[in-house]
Write a protein that binds this ligand. Structure first.
Ligand SMILES: Nc1ncnc2c1ncn2[C@@H]1O[C@H](COP(=O)(O)OP(=O)(O)OP(=O)(O)O)[C@@H](O)[C@H]1O
Ligand SMILES: [Mg+2]
Length: 597
């Protein structure tokens, strides 16, 4: 059963805490035993009291002292065991959660773009935090309650058979009713609960998406619409959750009735048996106590199962993510990439995104060490994709990519990515200070190195103008900076990394002509001696490239130096011409402007 597998896996995560776990389990065993002994001792006391008038004093008192002494010892053991549980269980659960969250976080960060492309970061966050919280609650619940309950039900219940099998039977029937009802309801509501979970994740994704794009929502006056969409998904959650709750309410009513019935049975059956001489009054008292205890335990178990049941889809999602393999796995014992010169070669590379059409077709080219290769072509032609294959964010579906003759898929990812510096098409900055964003390029950079890189990237001055200079926080994705400022930070970050191979994906597209010229000079200095790939729509930026690759729908349609390509009069020449002369506007169709009614 899926339910038990997930529960078992969650508990087994405590493997590294097995010492504390074992101690807690023993304490639980003691607590369960004592809980069982209590009513038994009570029954014996009652028996002794009923016989007290017939017993001579010299027999009564020693018996009473022995009984009460045992009871006191049992009580003391109970106190010690409960203290152990109170002291250790919480700490252990906190430690284990810390460990698990760190593991999950590291794993999620290492998952390939194929994974992150499919899962919204909002949903991922929800699964991450709810999953970790569910695990925490589960571990704590296990050692605080369930462990004792399991022991009581599985071990001690059969022992009651020895005390009085006829009365014990009533208790056993009660447990079976609980178990069957719970299993039935789980089976009935499992799919609904999963549905509710799906909509919960959708809700998280929706909220994150909307909050991250709050500017768009406000500018396009979509407030009401977004709120309605949110409310719709909320309604879906409720629609899926309510029937499940209804079923659990029914279980709780039925189990309560079963408990009352079990009590009545014990009293009636006990009285009948007593009249027949088959049960002492003490037996009846003992079984009443045991029944009360058991009912309490079973009720808390049912409510725990209901809670766990609600958490199972999250836990399943949590484990599925933990089990997700990297789609660009490293070969076992893969060596580090040994860069000697920095020669890059694409050999008949084909690529398609999962379940998507072909994006790159038969792409072959070589970039000599230290050369500048430009990738140009219409938007969507596959330029960024080609460069993401070089960083091995994805693997080609056919062909191979080598750096200095080593297949990028045969070396460690870390060594590969350390070799390559990228200025991304979107600047992609952290919600941290400017300095911390720059240190991403080189964690141990000195202030002097940081400033040098920023001067080269024409960023130093605007940084000094920020309220706290290099320590200014720049907001989520750098919202407090202008597009050009973000780009200059991204360039400075890449400069600091000082990589052997550099990818500039529209690195200067957001800069004005004067700043671009200045940054361009810095980039030229940076490119010297390293193999560089420049992706640019503004063709003036690629004038000096050693080779220009013109991409057309995933193929390299033309290749050569700037002047030669212009001379050929092909696609590139047309592109250049279109950038020099403005498009004729004779056949512009006017878009109707709304007028006030
Ligand atoms: N993660 C992705 N999953 C699926 N398809 C993608 C993904 N990224 C890009 N694509 C698709 O691949 C194609 C090539 O995209 P790519 O980003 O490589 O184009 P590009 O040449 O860099 O364009 P631009 O000049 O606009 O940046 C596009 O059709 C795009 O829709
Ligand atoms: Mg692109």
């Amino acid at each position: 059963m899926r339910f038990l597998t997930t529960y078992g896996r969650a508990i087994s995560l405590l493997g590294r805490e097995w010492r504390t776990g074992a101690l807690l389990a023993s304490a639980n065993l003691a607590i369960a035993g004592i809980a069982f002994l209590d009513p038994v001792l009570f029954g014996w006391v009652v028996d002794l009291l009923t016989r007290s008038t017939q017993l001579p004093t010299d027999q009564l008192w020693p018996q009473a002292v022995r009984l009460l002494g045992t009871w006191a010892a049992v009580g003391l053991t109970g106190i010690v065991a409960s203290m152990l549980v109170a002291l250790l269980a919480d700490r252990m659960a906190h430690r284990a959660r810390k460990h698990e969250m760190a593991r999950f976080f590291g794993h999620a960060l290492a998952l390939p773009p194929a994974f992150h492309g499919q899962m919204h970061s909002g949903a991922l966050m929800r699964i991450f935090f709810s999953g970790a919280d569910s695990l925490f609650g589960l571990w704590l619940g296990f050692f605080r309650d369930q462990c004792t309950t399991f022991v009581s039900v599985l071990v001690l219940l059969p022992l009651t058979l020895i005390l009085n099998w006829r009365l014990a039977l009533a208790l056993i029937v009660l447990v079976v009713v609980f178990a069957v009802l719970t299993a039935l309801v789980i089976a009935r509501t499992e799919s609904k609960q999963r549905g509710a979970e799906t909509y919960h994740n959708k809700l998280a994704a929706l909220a994150q998406d909307a909050l991250a794009n709050v500017t768009v929502i406000q500018a396009f006056t979509r407030l009401g619409l977004e709120r309605r969409r949110f409310a719709e998904v909320q309604q879906q959650v409720i629609d899926h959750q309510f029937p499940v709750l209804g079923w659990w309410a029914l279980v709780s009513i039925l189990t309560r009735s079963a408990s009352t019935l079990a009590m009545l049975t014990i009293v009636v059956l006990g009285t009948v048996l007593h009249l027949q001489g088959k049960a002492e009054v003490g037996d009846i008292v003992t079984f009443m106590g045991l029944a009360t205890l058991l009912v309490g335990k079973l009720e808390s178990l049912v409510s725990f199962v209901a809670r766990l049941f609600a958490a199972i889809p999250t836990l399943d999602a949590y484990f599925t993510i933990l089990d997700a393999p990297s789609s660009v796995p490293e070969a076992p014992n893969a060596p580090a990439l040994a860069v000697t010169e920095g020669a890059v070669a694409f050999e008949q590379v084909d690529f398609a995104y999962p379940n998507g059409p072909a994006i790159l077709r038969d792409v072959s080219f070589t970039a000599a060490p230290g050369s500048v290769v430009a990738l140009v072509g219409q938007t969507g032609a596959g330029k960024t994709t080609a460069m993401s294959l070089l960083q091995r964010l994805w693997d080609p579906t056919h062909g191979r990519i080598t750096i200095d003759g080593q297949d990028v898929s045969a070396v460690t990812l870390e060594s590969l990515r350390e070799t390559i510096g990228v200025v991304f098409q979107d600047s992609l900055l952290f919600n941290r200070s400017i300095r911390e964003n720059l240190l991403v390029g080189k964690p141990d950079a000195t202030q002097a190195e940081i400033e040098q890189a920023c001067r080269l990237a024409e960023a130093h001055e605007f940084i000094l103008r920020q309220p706290q200079g290099y320590d200014t926080l720049i907001g989520e994705r750098g919202t407090t900076l202008s597009g050009g400022q973000k780009q200059r930070l991204a360039i400075a970050r890449a400069l600091l990394k000082n990589p052997r191979i550099l990818i500039l994906d529209e690195a200067t597209s957001a800069l004005d002509a004067a700043t671009e010229a200045k940054v361009g000079r810095a980039l030229k200095a940076l490119m010297a001696g390293r193999t560089t790939f420049v992706i640019a729509h503004r063709l003036s930026t690629v004038r000096d490239a050693d080779e220009i690759l013109v991409f057309d729908q995933g193929r390299i349609a033309e290749r050569g130096r700037f002047d030669a390509l212009v001379g050929q009069g092909g696609a590139f020449a047309t592109l250049v011409a279109s950038q020099l002369t403005p498009a004729p506007d004779s056949n512009v169709v006017p878009f109707p402007v709304p007028r006030a009614a």
